[in-house]
Design a protein around this ligand. Structure first.
Ligand SMILES: [Zn+2]
Length: 753
């Protein structure tokens, strides 16, 4: 028998022109013997949209169809209706008055739940219509994310506490795949919601009174809408996540780190999980990393045209180091990935060393650095070189050893991308030298320092011009960008649903690119301070982080406070302007070229900041007092395999040194922790810089360093040359190793005698 309500609905849909009479008859006879309503049948088969059907139902049943986004529900109403009840029957309570409950549902013909409301709540239901998806969204909004699961779990916990809280029992439960509320489902809902909100991290923090769950969205922590009852479930939630990440659930007193992969409909998510013990329980941070790269390209990074062009030229150089600098969370890795994407092609071998691997990239060998098994950046870099890569990305340069190998790699004809933890581009230079690198090595290997920060993008849906912006800010912007104060327009986001009321949606980067030009190279060799180098760079035409930020402010991309929060005032720029020194403005390509030509023709003219570009001679290369006299270390006559290549000045590019590709094999005559004497078939000139590899033991990696030839003698017997060289950049670990080796050999010889 066909229900009257279905007949009415079918007639209304025909009347509205959504169905033909023939189709309508066919549909009705089709459901005649099923328990399904016409509405469910139409929706399941995608015949008509829910909205069209609801509009028709609204007419036949004389019920109002409302937009839930336009109403708000009092907390008193929500408190009266149990969460489980609302979730189970998928309705949203809207108002209670005179024992009448106004509720929104998409199934007005479901009589059962209306009876339940009468019986259990003693209220008379008054029905209004709304689409099911709107109702579920509203339930999330009002009752909190995953409220139904939490509520059910709390009830179960009351019934049988052991089933939820005793972990050994609980693991058993987890294996069961049921539709019931489980901790697993709750955890999944927390993770999925984080992903949907574009969160990069989830913070779970227990306090005395409550549990705080926060999502980091666009770099800012935002409270997740979680029912307070989660507090009771926290140990189980933490345990569940620990199991996913293969961590010990018994160990709660020590920090732990792990990883897990979860799936969403769109893609897999890689999660890095770390726990730390706190007095109120374990605190957990989950980092969410998308496994597949959303096509990262340089265009999408937020580079302006000039920066983009410079960057393109930079990443295509045949060798050298490009360092991206900035604090944690400034998007450095994203920039590196975009660089690799730009140059990734089948004829190039690219290897990365990362901790962690944030995105998997096709055609690139990615290596996870793991210090626990002695695979740190330095060790990884060394073994990477045996795989003959063209391009290497090292996640971060943290120590001298990594820096040294990175530089040697670059000098031997590779491109190296890496990151440094410094505030601006110029400080990158001083940081490397502070680590203990020779200035000439920095000057000759690094091509560019790129500093970057992330700023939030004003929400496009609620963006508006600020009517009365602070004069002070407008003046600073005008001065910084050399424009008129009245032309400075400032925008902001009012805050809407699309942006979680924050006024921002998404982030973009601001940049500062310091290219190692000749005058900067000379300043590095002179061990000049970062502020001096920054001034030079500004005169060379570098746009500072702050300036790039201001540009994005007047372009209406971000707000002044975003820029002020993360960049420093350009004291260098201000002082240059005070001195009346002309700063190059945004140049067109042509004028830049003209300028370069001009500069070359008048090379000897006095520069504003007086650093003379000079030829690097070997005396500069050998730093004055850092190398040790070999004689302060004990020396032993011993034959060890040794390889060397000659490091020479680049003819086309004075001020740069490169390593010749030929490697010569030789044998040591004597060795100490300060230097080495070896045989050579060539008469090497004194002061020549060599790259040395000394093999102390067959089964160990060689000791690699640069050395300076200080004496060459012809051996008349063998017609060979005997070369004495001092180490230049031997790491202290290698020096100790060499010294111990020599001392052991000496002892050995004494015992033989
Ligand atoms: Zn908005």
């Amino acid at each position: 028998m066909i229900k009257q309500s279905d007949k009415d609905l079918a007639a209304e849909l025909v009347k509205r022109g959504h169905l033909t009479q023939a189709v309508s008859d066919q549909l009705l006879s089709g459901i005649e013997n099923s328990s399904k309503s016409l509405k469910d049948h139409l929706i399941e088969n995608n015949t008509l949209s829910e909205r069209v059907i609801l509009e028709a139902l609204s007419a036949t049943l004389n019920l109002e169809l409302i937009d839930l986004k336009k109403i708000s529900v009092q907390k008193a109403v929500l408190d009266k209706i149990p969460v489980r009840f609302a979730w189970y029957f998928k309705f949203l309570p809207i108002n209670i008055s005179d024992k009448k409950l106004t509720l929104a549902t998409s199934s007005p013909l479901n009589i059962k739940f209306q009876d339940e409301i009468r019986v259990h709540l003693g209220l008379e239901p008054k029905i209004v219509l709304a689409p099911e998806s709107d109702i579920l969204d509203a339930l999330n909004k009002y009752y909190g994310l995953a409220a139904d699961t939490v509520d059910k779990l709390s009830k179960e916990a009351e019934k049988d506490e052991s089933s939820v809280f005793k972990t050994d029992v609980w693991i058993e439960d987890l294996e069961k795949q049921t539709d019931d509320a489980t901790i697993g489902k709750l955890v999944n809902q927390i993770l999925l919601e984080a992903y949907k909100q574009r969160a990069t991290d989830i913070h779970i923090e227990p306090y005395r009174e409550k549990v705080r769950i926060r999502y980091r969205i666009d770099g800012v922590l935002i409270d997740a809408n979680i029912p307070p009852a989660v507090k009771e479930l926290l140990p189980s939630v933490i345990s569940r996540i620990k199991i996913m990440a293969n961590l010990s659930i018994v160990e709660r007193r020590l920090p732990q780190d792990g990883a897990a992969v979860v799936k969403t409909k769109e893609q897999d998510l890689d999660m890095r999980i770390s726990t730390i013990p706190t007095p109120r329980g374990e605190s957990m941070v989950i980092r969410i990393l998308p496994v597949n790269v959303r096509l990262l390209s340089l265009e999408r990074l937020g580079l302006d045209q000039k920066h983009l062009k410079t960057f393109r030229e930079l990443v295509k150089r045949p060798n050298g180091i490009i360092l991206v600098t900035g604090p944690t969370g400034s998007g450095k890795t994203t920039t590196l990935y975009a660089c690799l994407n730009e140059i990734n092609s089948p004829d190039r071998k690219i290897i990365t060393l990362e901790d962690p691997i944030e995105c998997e990239m096709e055609g690139i060998t990615q290596i996870q650095v793991n210090p626990k098994v002695n695979m740190d950046f330095a060790a990884g870099l060394r073994s990477t070189l045996r795989h003959d890569p063209d391009i290497i990305m090292v996640g971060e340069i943290r120590d001298l050893e990594t820096a040294e190998i990175a530089i040697r790699t670059a000098l031997t004809g590779h491109v190296v991308f890496s990151t440094l933890h410094t505030n601006d581009a110029a400080s990158g230079i001083t940081r490397l030298i502070e680590m203990g690198l020779e200035p000439f090595l920095v000057a000759s290997s690094v091509e560019a320092f790129v500093a970057q920060r992330l700023v939030r993008i004003i929400c496009p849906k609620c963006k508006e011009e600020v009517s009365t912006p602070l004069l002070e800010i407008r003046e600073e912007i005008a001065k910084s960008l050399s424009m008129k104060v009245k032309d400075v327009k400032i925008f902001t986001g009012r805050g809407c649903d699309y942006c979680n009321k924050t006024g921002f949606r998404g982030r973009t980067a601001i940049y500062e690119m310091l290219l190692i030009s000749d005058n900067i190279r000379a300043a590095i060799l002179d061990k000049q301070r970062a502020s001096f180098i920054k001034k030079l760079a500004i005169q060379n035409g570098m746009k500072t982080l702050r300036q790039d930020g201001w540009q994005k402010v007047i372009d209406g991309i971000t707000t002044p406070s975003e820029v002020v929060n993360i960049t420093m005032k350009d004291e260098e720029l201000i002082s240059l302007k005070k001195q009346g020194i002309e700063i190059p403005k945004e140049e067109t390509q042509k004028s830049a070229e003209n300028k370069r030509a001009e500069k070359q023709s008048s090379e000897n003219k006095k520069e504003n900041v007086s650093v003379k570009v000079r030829e690097i001679d070997p005396h500069i290369l050998s730093s004055k007092d850092t190398h040790q006299d070999a004689r302060t270390y004990p020396r032993v006559n011993v034959s060890l395999p040794l390889r060397y290549s000659v490091v020479r000045q680049d003819k086309d590019n004075p001020g740069k040194i490169i390593t010749e590709n030929v490697e010569h094999s030789s044998i040591t005559k004597n060795i100490s922790a300060g230097g080495v004497r070896f045989v050579s078939g060539y008469a090497l000139r004194a002061e020549t810089i060599l790259e040395l590899r000394i093999q102390l033991h067959d089964d160990e990696r060689s000791i690699d360093c640069l050395a300076r030839v200080c004496r060459v003698e012809e051996d008349s017997m063998s017609a060979m040359f005997s070369v004495v060289a001092y180490y230049l950049d031997l790491s202290s670990a290698s020096r100790v190793k060499l010294d111990n080796f020599v001392k052991a050999k000496i002892k050995e010889k004494e015992q033989k005698q």
